[in-house]
Every structure is written in structure tokens, then in C-alpha cells.
Design a protein around this ligand. Structure first.
Ligand code: ATP
Length: 309
């Protein structure tokens, strides 16, 4: 029995690794156009979240090419355990922040610190394990719903998968399908809506339960009612666990309760504060808020697309 269990365990771990690398590939493709020159230092240490997950951008400059800088001397702090929102015109570099944080690219100038450790000095594995993302668009695997959620934590029992789906507000929908959690999705399976995909991505993230969470337009495909219900669930989990979370959102109604709102413009922080502070300030945020509220009141579902020009 002993002799048999060794190779089986071994196969099990190969299988898990394969799945895990598929998951990493998924994140990778989502964040697109990866720079293969990123190398880990030979003496890279494991990222240690000694302060509860504080993220600092210090004088960060970055562009995908020399002619067009995207971030210009950007300095900001995302405090540990807080909910932070990043707002700014389309194309101003919000998703780029995430790519730099994950170290899919390196900064040109300045540095990015997580609990005082430069992301360039820690192992890539420990860095990427610590951050969970709900990306703008989540591709699904040609696999069952259950497995698509399980990528968040390959050892999770079914009960935790269901609990995650419940909190992500998709359990009832899944249960209404004839094959339930065994329904195959993806290109060769059932086609599901953008909003369902987003909720699957949230389920996966809740199951992974990483110390740092990043939501990149994670609820943009949902109707206002479902979005609010889902945000309530996410907020209560974040509060309960005191997780550091970053929300990139165009619809300000989804983030106005953040502990800190950072408004980016032309590659820098234009203003920051709580919703109330920013409204009182009467700057860019308050303009965006008024524009969206006017539209929201006249037509409940539409959103204002922020134009950089
Ligand atoms: P949105 O709100 O529309 O999602 P964003 O603020 O997240 O936008 P980013 O995706 O960070 O913006 O992109 C910032 C700018 O960099 C954009 O003008 C984009 O076209 C450009 N860009 C993004 N990825 C690359 C790349 N790999 N090569 C060259 N330019 C890129």
C-alpha cells in the first residue's frame, strides 16, 4: 500500500502543479503582453506580510514604450487592511498599476513596496500568490463550473466551493441549471453571460482568499441591483478579514464607501481622500460624481465613460 501511495501522491502533486500553472497562465494572459525579461533575483526572499499588506508606489514612472509615458512620478499608499478605490480616465494606467504590482513589468524609476519589501526583491511565486485578482475579463476553462471555481484553491471541499458561490451571488443560478455545478462551461460548453462570468471570477477569488485583493472592473457587467448585493457581500468579507483591497471602477456608486479614493490623471495622483472629502473639495472626483448621478437619476443603468481627452 505504501509503495502504491507514493507514485499516486506524486501524480497528485503533478496534477495540482499543472492546474496551478494553468491558473497562472490565465492571470498572465489576462494581464496581456508579458515581458519575459522579468527575472527573479538569485537570493529572492519570500514576501512576508508583516504589516498586513500595505502597498506603496514611490515616485513610479513607467511606459510601455519610451515615446509614451503612462505613469509619471506616481506616489501613493494603499494602507493595510483598507478598501481603496482607484478612479481615473480610461487609459490612464489603472490596470498598468496591477501589472507592475504583479511584476509583469518593472518600473523605470521609483519602486513598489509591499510591507516595505521591493517587489523586485521577493520571489515571484510568493508575490503572485499573495495577490488575487478579478480581472476585467475572465476566460473560462472548458471544464465544469465546480472546477472553474476550484482553481482558486485546488484542495477546497465542495462545501467551500458552494459557500464561495453563495457569497458571489451565483449559487442560485448554478443550482437552477440541470447539471448544477457539473455543468461544463467555456468554449466547448455552455455559454454564460458576462455577469455570470464575473461572479464566477469573484467566487474563485473568495475561495483563494489571498491577503491582497484587486478588483479590476469586476462587477461592470452586472445590473445595478445585483452589483449592489454582490458588493455588500464582498465588503462584509473584506471587513471581517481586514484585507487590503483595491477596486478599479468607472461606476463611482460601487466605490464611494471606500476608506480611500485615489484619483489618477495624466499618470499622477490628482487628488485623494474619502468620498466626502473629495466632494467637498469640488475637484475632478466631484465633477465625475455629479455627472454620473445626473445620468443615473435620469436612466438607472447607464454609466458615464470617462474620456481622457
Ligand atoms: P481602462 O480604464 O480603459 O481599463 P486603464 O486606466 O486601466 O484603462 P491601462 O490598461 O493601464 O489603462 O493602459 C494604460 C495605457 O497604456 C493605455 O493607453 C493603453 O492603450 C496602453 N497600453 C496598455 N498595455 C499596453 C502594452 N502592452 N503596450 C503598449 N501600450 C499599452
Amino acid at each position: 500500500v505504501f509503495q502504491l501511495s507514493v507514485p499516486l501522491n506524486f501524480l497528485g502533486s503533478v496534477y495540482r502543479e499543472l492546474r496551478q500553472s494553468l491558473l497562472d497562465m490565465e492571470t498572465l494572459f489576462n494581464l496581456q503582453k508579458v515581458n519575459v525579461s522579468i527575472q527573479e533575483l538569485p537570493d529572492a526572499k519570500t514576501l512576508a506580510l508583516t504589516k498586513g499588506g500595505e502597498i506603496k508606489f514611490e515616485n513610479v514612472s513607467f511606459g510601455y514604450n519610451k515615446e509614451r509615458p503612462i505613469l509619471r512620478d506616481l506616489t501613493m499608499t494603499i494602507p493595510a487592511g483598507k478598501k481603496v478605490a482607484i478612479v481615473g480616465p480610461s487609459g490612464c494606467g489603472k490596470s498598468t498599476l496591477l501589472r507592475l504590482l504583479f511584476r509583469y513589468y518593472d518600473v523605470e524609476h521609483g519602486r513598489i513596496l509591499i510591507d516595505d519589501q521591493d517587489v523586485r526583491h521577493v520571489s515571484l511565486e510568493s508575490l503572485r500568490k499573495s495577490i488575487g485578482v478579478v480581472p476585467q475579463d475572465t476566460p473560462l476553462f472548458n471544464d465544469t463550473i465546480e472546477h472553474n471555481i476550484r482553481y482558486g484553491d485546488l484542495s477546497a471541499p465542495e462545501s467551500r466551493i458552494i459557500a464561495a458561490a453563495e457569497r458571489a451571488r451565483i449559487h442560485d443560478i448554478i443550482s437552477s441549471w440541470p447539471a448544477g455545478y457539473h455543468t461544463t462551461v467555456g468554449e466547448r460548453g455552455m455559454m454564460i453571460s458576462g455577469g455570470e462570468k464575473q461572479r464566477l471570477a469573484v467566487s474563485r477569488l473568495l475561495l483563494k482568499d489571498p491577503p491582497l485583493l484587486f478588483f479590476d472592473e469586476a462587477t461592470s457587467a452586472l445590473d445595478t441591483h445585483t452589483e449592489q448585493a454582490l458588493m455588500q457581500n464582498i465588503n462584509s468579507i473584506l471587513r471581517e478579514k481586514a484585507r487590503t483591497s483595491v477596486f478599479v471602477a468607472h461606476r463611482l456608486r460601487t466605490i464611494y464607501d471606500a476608506d480611500l479614493i485615489i484619483v489618477l490623471k495624466e499618470g499622477r495622483v490628482a487628488e485623494q481622500g474619502t468620498h466626502k472629502e473629495l466632494i467637498d473639495r469640488g475637484g475632478l472626483y466631484s465633477e465625475l460624481w455629479s455627472a454620473q448621478e445626473t445620468l443615473f437619476n435620469s436612466d438607472g443603468e447607464k454609466e458615464v465613460v470617462i474620456d481622457d481627452s
